[in-house]
Design a binder for this molecule. Structure first.
Ligand code: CTP
Length: 390
């Protein structure tokens, strides 16, 4: 989701950096706008560092207007969140002011507006503020909070900005995947040979994490089953860590009970050593032979369940991409296979390209960032999931 984060000038503005960071991690694309007063509390540099886009704070910035004019920015937003919304901002919004960049953007944007008020408890209780809020509510503006508690000024009462995680969660429940439960597997599996050695696949887990994060940002409840990876868990996702393919199978099968969608993005090791040595193997012979046995196919197992979710798999190929991928879809009984050309540099990269292969159609998703790719693929999957019997 493209989120325009407006930041008002209250002490709670210091939480905006964390808010922008968490929202970005959850798969939101965030652009920040500061009011004049907000610049006294939080720096544009910090915000820019977490969401990786220049921060806007003036209608009269010629360079910024040349890059993306304010009307364009207003149209770009899929949701506008103002946090913290001060008493002054609430008043200006209620009366339709357009006397700075943020209020102008709100008037020019058709996107839904959410406010997270934060102010002194007496200012919150004042009839002027309450009447302004009533006006905004009557225009379908969502007001979240404030919480009650200790205030920076020493007062106790209503006026604290709601918790950053709760704010982000409140943006997601109305997403297009609300009510769906997704299970995503990601990363490699490691198959132990002895206490210090293993065989495994190359996989950073980034594509699976991007799918999990984008699905959660669109409102799905997501369980992420992942092999050994070094990535941070996106917020709002329930993560189960495993090591081997058999552990991954158990975790996926139990998570898939009642799930709507399974996305097998993990690079599961096809074979595991027939036995695992208790002690470290000592080097002796010039040639060491390992006996490997086939691992269960997790994707095919899920696709064969009597009450199965919609099943999406990947096909990593170095040649004959489409041909192998089509065959994999049929052999494993998946609804969709996302074919991935791994002769290109994709491992550990932030970008990739995919071809989605379904029974009757195929769709190319050109090379782009993995998070954008995840979003586009999910958008494409949505009507197909809705139309399936899974
Ligand atoms: N997969 C799985 N369990 C396995 C092997 C693969 O669930 N034991 C899943 C992967 O998560 C992916 C899809 O099957 O969604 C295809 O994986 P890939 O490695 O491309 O194919 P393989 O079946 O391993 O075939 P091959 O290695 O011969 O290309």
């Amino acid at each position: 989701m493209r989120l325009l984060l407006g930041i008002g000038g209250g002490i709670a503005a210091y939480k905006a950096v964390e808010l922008a960071r968490r929202a970005t991690q959850r798969g939101f694309e965030v652009r920040c706008v500061l009011t004049d007063a907000a610049r006294q509390f939080v720096s544009a540099t910090s915000l820019q560092a977490v969401c990786r886009y220049p921060v806007r704070d003036s209608l009269w910035d010629q360079a910024a207007e040349a890059a993306m004019g304010h009307i364009e920015l207003a149209r770009w937003a899929e949701h506008v969140l103002i946090a913290p919304a001060t008493a002054n901002l609430v008043a200006r919004l209620a009366h339709g002011f357009a006397n700075d960049l943020l209020t102008t953007l709100v008037l020019a944007s058709p996107a839904p507006l959410t406010l997270a008020p934060a102010m002194n408890q007496a200012m919150w209780r004042h009839p002027a503020t309450q009447q302004n809020l009533a006006v905004l509510r009557s225009r379908n503006v969502r007001i979240i909070g404030p919480d009650v508690g200790d205030q920076a000024c020493g007062d106790v009462g209503p006026g604290r900005m709601v918790d950053v995680d709760d704010l982000i969660a409140s943006l997601s429940p109305n997403g297009p995947l609300t009510g769906q439960r997704w299970v995503v597997s990601a990363g490699p599996t490691f198959e132990d040979i002895d206490p210090v050695r293993f065989v495994g696949n190359r996989s950073s887990g980034k594509m699976g994490f991007a799918i999990a994060s984008a699905a959660a940002a669109m409102g799905a409840g997501v369980t992420l089953v992942c092999g050994p990876v070094t990535l941070q868990t996106p917020n709002g996702i329930s993560r189960i860590d495993v090591r081997s393919a058999t552990q991954m199978l158990d975790a996926v099968l139990s998570a898939c009970k009642g799930a709507h969608v399974y996305v097998g993005a993990a690079a599961v090791a096809d074979y595991r050593p027939s036995s695992v040595a208790d002690q470290k193997l000592k080097k002796s012979a010039d040639v060491l032979e390992l006996r490997l046995i086939k691992n269960p196919d997790i994707l095919a197992t899920v696709a064969a369940l009597p009450d199965r979710p919609f099943v999406v798999g990947f096909a990593a190929e170095t040649r004959e991409l489409l041909e192998y991928a089509r065959r994999k879809r049929e052999a494993k009984g998946a609804d969709v296979i996302l074919a991935n050309d791994v002769s290109e540099p994709v491992f550990d990269h932030d970008e990739s390209a995919l071809v989605a292969i379904a029974a009757q159609e195929e769709q190319l998703f050109p090379r782009q960032s993995k998070i954008d790719l995840a979003r586009s693929v999910i958008q494409w999957l949505m009507p197909r999931i809705a139309g399936s019997s899974a």
